[in-house]
Design a protein around this ligand. Structure first.
Ligand SMILES: Cc1ncc(COP(=O)(O)O)c(C=O)c1O
Length: 656
């Protein structure tokens, strides 16, 4: 087995996204970056050396797929190969017909190319797939017309690993005199690929999926097939793909193909065993899980699951934290929040599509890697399924909230039964937190643990506090869809990098201190106002302290006292800011009271919305103090008996 050295301590299980570079491949490439740097078009020995290396690489690729070397055209990767094949054939044959057939589960390199050709006047049929992700030959037969000039169906799918009946599709295409292209980016080097047996005319390969370098690939074009090249230039690659050749990349691709061919049987068997162990382990260890794709007709290394009641994104974050790299959907679609087009085409419902995880194994993985993945998938899924507020409890008990305002002298160290005199059950019982995802302008941003009853006010406060919107009018829509909060806002003026990150007093805030807003306000208040507000907050906090570690924030505005709590201090502040914004509070005429130490990133949020004063029983943190100083926010801390300390800007508070 080749000794690959992926990222130390991290187990890499995302080989469909890309594979590590095989050290032997690197050794073969390295001289062509240094001493043997020649241009293959030159006549002296340095150039001849580069040419010879290319000849060898062409033979190595051809040998792996059963082609002739002169049928191999080097490109910049899978995307380019797909583009040249599909556009090149279609444009060349435009006078013969304008119909292209593809599948609905292709990689975007094919789908988007076909959609582009629709704009040029071609008609494209996107074939459906069955629930295992396989195209039906009958469907294909039914849609072929005399106008059909090209069929392009991928060999193996990059998300679910399903292998299509390429040989049969190719035979049908040949019988009908239609050209057939297959995107074999995921299959070459992993399962046998033979262009003759498979009846293909064009086939795409990408080096970085088979332990080669990124940015280099191949388009196989069967001898005699004519295409219109995409690029025009110096005639390289027999005019099909001009441009000075990427010799180190080509050498690396050739070497990767040679290694793949020599080890194909062994790797295929070994990785299949690992995969089956993984699939069995996950299906046994986790409840409410399904395997997606075909049970057998799938790539050796591909396992693709859907877990009920969770989303794939937080699952991959947790797996990453546990040292395992896995993907949700395909690498190319991880930035989009829409469920994968492949899973939807297979008929998966939204929950199954959103809760999907792709684990793709490679030759360097070991049974221990797989065991680690099974263990951590189980832990991560269980963790995400338990509401955050009860994580760590051995027993999940319903928590009830009691309204303590009638019995301030009572001890609240333990819960009293509802019949205890002086305590009346509140109508706002504690709601168990849920893991919710915040999706801004269709992009997943963060997930938070929040009680579902506070989603709108929290989101409003978060958007204002993070500076994503300047006023509530900047929020076009907040749509709460079960565990997703979908928000539409105008982000044109906002640099997403300015988001307050984390609740760390020393890391997150420093970067933002230069861009802190200054609070302009003439607001004044009396000590009585402060003590009264702190008393009210204390009553709130007393109720909540039984739940452990809860933070409470309140906003005083005219005769209103708006208060909210949360296990996270920022979220408590976000909720209050949001609730206040929803009732159109003028923040410059309000002040905040808070149960904790007033950290920096909370002060940033106050500054963003323009709250001029904050008071707390506790002392400020030093980071909070620095931000408040820059922002011109007055901090009042250490409220004890009838005294308190004023920080940063005493002239703002008039003590009469
Ligand atoms: C099936 C498939 N086709 C095409 C591509 C694009 O290849 P490249 O990254 O080399 O452009 C990929 C890469 O993810 C793929 O999986």
């Amino acid at each position: 087995m080749t000794n690959l050295s992926p990222h130390p301590k991290q187990v890499y299980l995302d080989h469909s996204a890309t594979s590590p570079l095989d050290p032997e491949v690197w050794n073969a490439m390295e001289p062509y970056f240094s001493d043997s740097f020649g241009n293959a078009s030159t006549l002296y020995s340095l150039g001849r050396k580069a040419r010879t290396a290319m000849v060898k690489a062409r033979e190595q690729v051809a040998s792996l797929i059963g082609a002739q070397p002169n049928e191999i055209y080097f490109t910049s990767g899978g995307t380019e190969s797909d583009n040249i094949a599909i556009k090149g054939i279609s444009r060349h044959l435009k006078s013969k017909g304008n119909h292209i057939i593809t599948s609905s589960i292709e990689h975007p390199a094919v789908l988007e190319t076909c959609k582009h050709l629709e704009k040029e006047g071609f008609r494209v049929t996107f074939l459906p797939v069955n629930e295992e992700g396989i195209v039906s030959l009958r469907d294909l037969k039914d849609v072929i017309t005399p106008e059909t000039i090209l069929i392009t169906v991928m060999h193996a799918n990059n998300e679910i690993g399903t292998i299509q009946p390429i040989k049969e599709i190719g035979a049908l295409a040949r019988e009908k005199g239609i050209y057939f292209h297959t995107d074999a980016v995921q299959s070459v080097g992993k399962i046998p690929v033979n262009v003759g047996d498979m009846n293909v005319d064009l086939l795409s390969i990408s080096a970085h999926k088979l332990y080669g370098p990124k940015g280099v690939g191949v388009l196989y074009i069967r001898r005699g097939v004519q295409i219109d090249p995409l690029l025009h230039g110096g005639g390289h690659e027999r005019g099909m793909r001009p441009g000075t050749e990427n010799i180190p990349g080509i050498v690396g691709l050739g070497k990767a193909c040679q290694i793949a061919e020599e080890n194909l049987d062994h790797n295929q068997e070994y990785i299949t065993q690992l995969r089956d162990h993984l699939i069995k382990g996950v299906l046994e260890a986790v409840d409410d899980v399904q395997l997606n794709g075909h049970p057998i007709k799938r790539l050796p290394g591909n396992a693709h699951f859907s877990f009920k009641k969770i989303r794939g994104e937080p699952l991959t974050f947790l797996m990453d934290a546990k040292g395992v790299d896995v993907s949700t959907g395909s690498a190319c679609s991880t930035k989009k929040v829409e469920p994968s087009h492949v899973l939807r085409a297979m008929g998966l419902d939204e929950e199954a599509a959103n809760g999907s995880l792709r684990v793709t194994l490679g030759k360097e993985n070991t049974p221990e890697d797989v065991d680690l993945a099974i263990k951590n998938i189980k832990l991560a899924v269980e963790k995400l399924r338990i509401p955050a507020s009860v994580q760590g409890m051995t027993e999940i008990v319903p928590i009830e909230r009691y309204n303590a305002s009638f019995a301030p002298e009572k001890s609240f160290k333990t819960f009293n039964p509802p019949s205890t005199p002086g305590l009346t059950p509140g109508d706002d019982e504690i709601v168990v937190d849920e893991q919710v995802n915040l999706i801004i302008n269709e992009k997943f941003r963060r997930s938070f643990s929040i009680s579902p009853d506070a989603l709108e006010e929290f989101t409003t406060g978060y958007l204002l506090g993070e500076g994503l919107v300047k006023s509530i009018n900047g929020i076009k829509k907040i749509k709460i869809n079960s565990l997703d909060i979908n928000v539409e806002i105008d982000l044109t003026d906002f640099d997403i990098k300015d988001l307050v990150v984390g609740s760390d007093c020393f890391g997150g805030w420093r970067r933002k201190i230069e861009t802190i807003n200054r609070v302009e306000s003439e607001f004044t208040l009396s000590p009585d106002d402060i003590f009264q507000a702190i008393d009210e907050l204390r009553d709130e906090a007393r109720v909540w302290q039984n739940t452990g570690g809860t933070h409470v924030a309140g906003l005083v505005y005219q005769d209103k006292f708006i208060t909210r709590e949360d296990v996270s201090r920022h979220v408590a502040a976000d909720k209050v800011i949001g609730a206040a914004a929803l009732v159109k509070v003028d923040f410059s005429q309000s002040f905040m009271v808070y149960s904790g130490r007033m950290p920096a990133d909370m002060m940033i949020k106050l500054a963003r919305v323009g709250i001029p004063i904050i008071a707390s029983n506790a002392a400020p943190t030093s980071s909070g103090y620095s931000v408040a100083f820059k922002a011109g926010i007055t901090m009042i801390g250490f409220l004890r008996g009838s005294r308190f300390n004023i920080y940063t800007n005493p002239q703002r508070v008039s003590l009469e």
